[in-house]
Design a protein around this ligand. Structure first.
Ligand SMILES: Nc1nc2c(ncn2[C@@H]2O[C@H](COP(=O)(O)OP(=O)(O)OP(=O)(O)O)[C@@H](O)[C@H]2O)c(=O)[nH]1
Ligand SMILES: [Zn+2]
Length: 353
């Protein structure tokens, strides 16, 4: 039930329909800035008074957030709707890719927020929907298309109701004796998969936890190391006795494909991968690895040897009861396009080699 409400809210939000988010200290009716236009905004907010909800990270770039808010990049900040803020300017507030082309002139003012829990859940909902974390906040007369409790948003996508949907033999280049296992959850449309490589025996398997990267995995992008890491990991698993590739549909470290491509546009402007996420208003890494732990449990794999340079993956799995008996590094030689990205991962997000 909860999951259904969250799914409806995500769908409504992407379509530019008003969504109500209910929290312990009040509810908010919201319209995603990105999915709106002049016409839908006029219907939602006929008097031009809807304030704008942003995340602290974005507000900080706009010099709007205070110290406390800045500690949590996804904390909510409410910006007062001035009479001169029309749809286009609101969109410019939401989308940092436009910052250099059209530097924003204020003054914008942050104002107290009535329903902080609902507002924080709304920002999370935006990330799940893959839209920019920015909303118009409507008044009570607006009838929402969907309504969701903040608690339901918090649980969404954590793998609570995950189950194995089907499995089949899948011979692949690196190992003819592989099996693909597909997972499905009532609370999340993303279909994660596991590729079990080799013949399962009593030994601790080598596991790679890979987050989807359409540009790297499929298109051969040179901007990141995802494609080579994926292939190297599959080879390494195939060389051992047996192992598992968990392919998680967490594109762009959990911010979705379109927001990742916005981060790339910001990188074209000179920001690194960390600052790009923050300018968009997201956490540096929005992934939740509990779904991977769920998958391993469904495969009856309690302990693993994990191929990763990312200590957060080890901690995420161990926190969910999977024993990581060994971390195996997965280093890829840099190219001129991803050298800076790899340095940033080492220097700013704690990746080890
Ligand atoms: N937001 C964002 N995501 C990116 C960027 N570059 C790559 N990604 C995403 O980062 C994820 C790659 O993560 P992984 O390779 O699984 O993990 P990792 O955190 O680098 O850790 P390793 O296990 O050491 O590789 C994929 O979801 C990519 O789409 C970027 O510049 N911005
Ligand atoms: Zn990538």
């Amino acid at each position: 039930m909860n999951a259904r409400a969250a799914a409806r809210a995500i769908d409504a939000l992407r379509r530019g329909w008003p969504v109500e988010v209910r929290g312990a200290n009040g509810a908010l009716v919201l319209l995603a800035v990105e999915a709106a236009d002049d016409v839908t905004l006029a219907g939602f907010d006929p008097h031009g008074q809807a304030d704008i909800l942003l995340s602290a990270a974005r507000a900080q770039t706009l010099h709007l957030s205070n110290q406390r808010a800045a500690a949590d990049p996804e904390a909510p900040v409410l910006v007062r709707r001035e009479p001169w803020i029309g749809y286009d300017l609101a969109m410019a507030l939401a989308d940092p890719v436009r910052d250099l082309a059209t530097p924003l002139k204020g003054p914008f003012r942050a104002i107290p927020l009535g329903a902080p829990q609902a507002a924080a859940a709304a920002l999370r909902l935006a990330r799940l929907a893959g839209v920019l974390p920015a909303f118009f906040v409507g008044d009570e007369s607006v009838v929402p298309e969907a309504s969701v409790a903040a608690d339901a948003v918090a649980l969404y996508g954590a793998g609570e109701a995950l189950a194995i949907a089907t499995r089949a033999r899948l011979p692949v280049k690196v190992a003819e004796n592989s099996e693909i296992v597909a997972f499905r959850s009532a609370d999340d449309p993303r279909e994660h998969i596991a590729l079990v490589i080799g013949n399962r025996d009593g030994t601790v398997p080598v596991v790679r936890l890979h987050s989807e990267c359409l540009t790297g995995d499929v298109l051969g992008s040179l901007k990141c190391d995802c494609g080579p890491q994926l292939h190297r990991a599959m080879h390494q698993i195939a060389e051992g006795r047996w192992g598992i590739l968990l392919y998680l549909r967490q594109e762009g470290r959990g911010i979705g494909l379109i927001n990742k491509l916005r981060a790339y546009a910001l990188q074209d402007q000179g920001f690194d991968t960390v600052d790009a996420n923050v300018r968009l208003g997201f956490a540096i890494d929005a992934r939740d690895f509990s779904v991977a732990a769920q998958m391993l449990k469904l495969l009856h794999v309690p302990s693993i040897r994990l191929l990763t340079n990312n200590p957060a993956k080890v901690a995420g799995l161990e926190g969910e009861g999977i024993a990581v008996v060994e971390r195996l590094p997965l280093a890829i030689a840099a190219n001129p396009h991803n050298a800076h990205y790899l340095d940033t991962k080492r220097d700013r997000t704690g990746h080890q080699l």
